[in-house]
Design a binder for this molecule. Structure first.
Ligand SMILES: C=CC1=C(C)c2cc3[nH]c(cc4nc(cc5[nH]c(cc1n2)c(C)c5CCC(=O)O)C(CCC(=O)O)=C4C)c(C)c3C=C
Ligand SMILES: [Fe+2]
Length: 440
């Protein structure tokens, strides 16, 4: 039952969080109040104690940490990458197209609130029925917005699955939204791949990202089911010139030669879908490809520095191309060493990334999912995420070159794969994906 459908007396007369005199308090206001009290403040007489963690209250200004949900493009693509990721793919379990559309509307409303640092509904408090579960699950109370972004996408199976036009949307499927073809060396696990819908939640605080996904899953109960989920840390790709380049789990700077959001022409050329390529509802959107890539860090740790640098084609500490000094020095694919061999080896990762001339926006995160008991090794790696106008012309040829020749293949294994169409951003009062349903 949505907040609007619930009777007033059940909801509690006073909204999301109740202040000392029954005044409605947003999560942000509660955060400020609790911060002012230093050690946290018990709010409301309805049994709900709100206590901000003292250090957080001192260190952050919640307003400055909110990224607007509404806009021409969805946030979480070109906006500066945060430190944490919680990505979830869902399968749609309803057959009712109106239920699907209503869910997208509810998801956008909830996302806008959470990105502003607000709860998605009642968290309890004075006047709230003790016999009902609160609308918001509450674990983000006292946490600032933390630059939370929530990005929604549609998988190919939403439009057609096993030849079935499930929601009357098959004719509206973008041509560019095609499953990623099998690649040499793939070790893909179906339970970590695909999905009808995706939610990418990024934030500087893992609890805020978790709260976002959990509440969207809760709102979607009966309409969607979670298919797979991936948490990430230590952003490996900077998406803005203002950000330092992060390091991946192999210890190398990752994201040096990434597209940067400030380069709007390059973003238009490579990332944002234009009007001419269609369909109209995707204009200003993009396509996301995700690959869960296990990194065999124990094997890597036994390889020499020279091997490691030749594998990428860059120096480890500085991040400079082999033979150069500065991280941002140009990669010269023609340069040769004294032995006449290319300085950036033929099978090095950066050569294979650059050679075809395609460009993608990378926005990946490291992950660790405990231990691989069979091998007694850490199950850790890279949750690779990239955005582009057409995966078939950008990610696919690049990945094929890498899958066939990359020196890095000795140390990695692709275990998950998915592709999603990310519609443009929503205007205030609208919802993400509105164009897909309009007039259909
Ligand atoms: C198909 C696309 C790519 C996959 C998959 C991929 C996996 C992957 N990458 C690293 C680490 C680094 N990648 C770097 C550069 C780089 N990678 C890709 C594409 C994919 N990477 C591109 C297009 C580029 C840029 C090439 C160029 O034009 O120079 C680098 C170097 C620094 C940088 O520019 O980012 C590193 C390091 C890992 C560990 C990995 C899989 C686990
Ligand atoms: Fe790479």
């Amino acid at each position: 039952m949505s907040r609007e459908e619930r009777p007033e007396q059940e909801r509690g007369a006073s909204g999301p969080l109740d202040g000392p005199r029954g005044k409605r308090l947003s999560r942000r206001e509660a955060f400020r109040l609790a911060g002012a009290a230093g050690t946290g403040l018990a709010l409301g007489a309805g049994g709900m104690g709100v206590a901000a963690r003292g250090s957080r209250a001192e260190e952050a200004s919640p307003d400055a940490e909110a990224v607007p949900f509404y806009g021409a493009h969805q946030a979480g693509i070109a906006t500066p990458s945060q430190h944490r990721l919680h990505f979830t793919a869902f399968d749609v379990v309803t057959e009712d197209r109106d239920e699907l559309r209503d869910l997208l509307r509810e998801w956008s409303e909830a996302a806008a609130l959470m990105c502003a640092g607000e709860p998605v509904g009642d968290v309890g408090g004075a006047g709230f029925s003790p016999y009902l579960p609160p609308d918001d699950t509450g674990e983000a109370i006292g946490h600032p917005a933390s630059r939370l972004t929530i990005t929604f996408g549609f998988g190919p199976t939403l439009f057609e699955r096993d030849g079935e036009d499930r929601f009357g949307l098959a004719a509206r499927r973008p041509k560019a939204l095609a499953p990623i073809p099998p690649m040499p060396g793939d070790a893909l696990r179906p339970e970590l791949s695909g999905g009808d819908l995706c939610v990418q939640a990024c934030a500087d605080d893992p609890q805020v990202a978790f709260h976002a996904v959990r509440n969207l899953a809760r709102i979607g109960r009966g309409v969607v089911e979670m298919r797979w989920s991936q948490m990430g840390f230590g952003r490996t790709s900077s998406t803005s010139r203002q950000q330092e380049t992060g390091r991946n789990l192999f210890g190398f700077k990752d994201g040096t030669n990434n597209l940067k959001a400030e380069d709007e022409r390059a973003m238009d050329r490579n990332v944002w879908v234009g009007l001419s390529e269609g369909p109209g509802w995707m204009e200003g959107g993009t396509y996301l490809v995700s690959r869960r890539i296990r990194m065999l860090i124990e094997v890597w740790d036994r390889s020499s520095l020279d091997d490691q640098e030749k594998t990428f084609g860059r120096h480890k500490v500085s991040g400079a191309p082999i033979g150069r000094e500065g991280e941002f020095d140009a990669v010269d694919l023609e340069a040769e060493g004294e032995d006449g061999e290319p300085l950036v080896p033929e099978n090095s990762h950066v050569r294979l990334g650059a050679e075809g001339g395609e460009s993608i926006l990378r926005r990946s995160y490291s992950y660790t999912d405990g231990i691989d008991r069979e091998r007694g090794q850490l199950d850790a790696g890279l949750f690779f995420v990239c955005f582009q106008r057409d995966p078939g012309r950008q990610f696919v040829p690049m990945q094929r070159r890498m899958a066939e020749n990359d020196a890095l293949n000795e140390y990695i294994s692709h275990t998950g794969s998915a592709v999603f169409a990310l519609p443009p951003g929503a205007r205030e009062g609208g919802y993400v994906g509105e164009g897909l349903f309009a007039g259909a």
